[in-house]
Design a protein around this ligand. Structure first.
Ligand code: GLC
Length: 483
């Protein structure tokens, strides 16, 4: 019997509407991958997935008004205006209201304001299906920003107001939990339930979402295990351990159509696994573009992304400074922490003949670097999934990574180099191993070929989510019958 499962994605950002980090790639690609899954072999299931986003002022997409309602709050009504845009064929709902309009940035430096804004968004989005007459089966929230929706869903279920809806939470970054909700909940007339959360976490959005979710997805199997330990659990490890049967590690995918070295218009020379040698032209073009010596045989090391302590940028800079008796070139592209930007600039000033630091966001240059450099550094202290290492491998740039989270699950010894502790010493040892292997063309090609041939497609992840949705709905029905 054919069946459609209706899923509402709730997220703070989604590419191309608005993008700050890796979250935007997932919330844009995953719902579309689910929608295009071929009907399930056994049950003939298809997915009607739609996405709701806050109508941030930076969003310029065309949209048509489709719903207008209000949320009661502290004795008055807060207006909610919703307009509909499209991503391919998927409806995308942009939610507008005073708490969203009054806060400019997607994420500001004021946690209280952000918490207020995302609480409003979560509660407003949860009401939307009713106004659209869209009979939703699952609400799928992402990170702390939208986690409160799952708590509100649980309260509705306890009141047995409507047909029960399942709640799923995908965790992209555990340390970010949101701000105190005590007063906000009271103002929306919502109770704060007694939970088994530690006292400090009892009124924070992410912990309440984790408490309420019917299933928790973590963006890689290794990070799913790591968050159960004191080192990565951010104080929630015991609470999460009690819920480990609800936790699933599902690796993110990569948009393999967009990131295709055989067709990427941003590359001076396009190539396939059979024509990897053409990469050399990209390297020479990049050296020329950045004013580095045109040296095809010197290993070129790249780093691309947010300049952040999480990403281990400080470790990379420290190691390179210690390895100046060896020949290498280093290209860094990204923006972030001001102290790290200064440290990167200082390295370039010290070694102008071999270091280029480009402190900006430039997706075209990023693609060129992935297709030109020989080694890709990612010494992240923790990495829930990580996207850059997957792009690097698909573009023939051999990754050197700390064996943590999604880096452990995507980079194997056949495709790159892994080291066990995020320290200068361990990174140095891994780099020396890579330098030693680099002149061996055959073995280096083998690493590149293995990376280029790996399957990082979204289809694989979407199938896992599809199974999970069906299991969650099944157990919700069983619960209902028992009650
Ligand atoms: C966060 C994580 C990153 C992950 C991304 C998408 O940005 O830090 O590891 O790839 O979310 O899930």
């Amino acid at each position: 019997m054919s069946k459609t499962i209706r899923v509402l994605f709730l997220a703070a950002e989604a590419d191309p509407f608005i993008k700050v980090g890796g979250l935007a790639d997932v919330t844009s690609a995953l719902p579309r991958a689910l929608r295009s899954l071929p009907p399930d072999r056994v049950d003939d299931v298809t997915f009607d997935v739609r996405l709701a986003l806050p109508h941030h002022s930076a969003i310029k997409a065309e949209a048509r008004p489709i719903a207008f309602y209000s949320l009661p709050r502290a004795g008055r009504e807060v207006e909610v205006r919703v307009s509909e845009s499209l991503l391919g064929e998927m409806p995308v709902y942009l939610i507008h209201g005073e708490p969203i309009a009054s806060s400019g940035a997607v994420y500001s430096s004021n946690l209280a304001i952000d918490t207020e804004k995302y609480a409003f968004f979560s509660l407003a989005a949860l009401e939307l299906p009713r106004y659209l007459n869209w009979d939703v089966d699952i609400v799928h929230a992402h990170d702390w920003h939208t986690a409160l929706a799952l708590y509100a869903l649980l309260l509705k279920r306890q009141n047995r107001q409507e047909k029960p809806i399942a709640g799923l939470l995908t965790l992209h970054n555990l340390p970010f939990m949101g701000g105190d909700l005590t007063e906000i909940l009271a103002s929306y007339n919502l109770p704060l339930l007694e939970t088994d959360l530690p006292a400090w976490a009892k009124a924070l959005p992410l912990p309440l979402g984790l408490f309420s979710a019917d299933a928790i997805v973590v963006v890689s199997p290794t990070y799913a295990r790591e968050i159960l330990t004191p080192e990565f659990g951010c104080g929630l490890q015991d609470f999460l351990h009690r819920r480990r049967h609800l936790i699933h590690g599902i690796l993110n995918g990569l948009d393999t159509l967009s990131f295709d070295p055989a067709a990427d218009p941003a590359l001076p020379a396009r190539f396939t696994v059979e024509t990897i040698d053409l990469r050399q032209q990209n390297k020479l073009a990049l050296q020329h573009k950045l004013g580095l010596p045109a040296e095809p045989l010197i290993p070129m090391i790249a780093m691309i992304g947010r300049l952040d302590r999480q990403k281990g940028v400080d470790l990379a800079l420290a190691v390179l400074r210690k390895l100046t008796d060896l020949p290498w070139q280093f290209v860094l592209l990204g923006i972030g922490d001001l102290a790290l930007e200064d440290a990167a600039r200082a390295l370039q000033a010290e070694f102008p003949g071999r270091v280029r630091v480009e402190l900006r966001f430039d997706s075209q240059l990023a693609r060129h670097i992935y297709a030109a450099a020989d080694m890709f550094l990612m010494p992240s202290r923790y990495e829930p999934c990580g996207l850059a290492q997957m792009i690097a491998m698909r573009y023939g740039c051999v990754p050197i990574v700390h064996a943590t989270g999604g880096l452990s699950d995507t980079v194997t010894e056949e495709r790159g180099f892994l080291f066990k502790t995020p320290s200068v010493r361990a990174l140095r040892a891994a780099l020396l191993k890579a330098f030693a292997l680099y002149p061996n063309r055959e073995r280096w090609r083998a690493l590149q070929r293995a990376g280029l041939s790996a399957d990082f497609s979204w289809l694989r992840s979407a199938k896992r989510y599809s199974d999970l949705y069906q299991n969650v709905l099944h157990s919700l029905r069983v619960q209902e019958i028992r009650q």
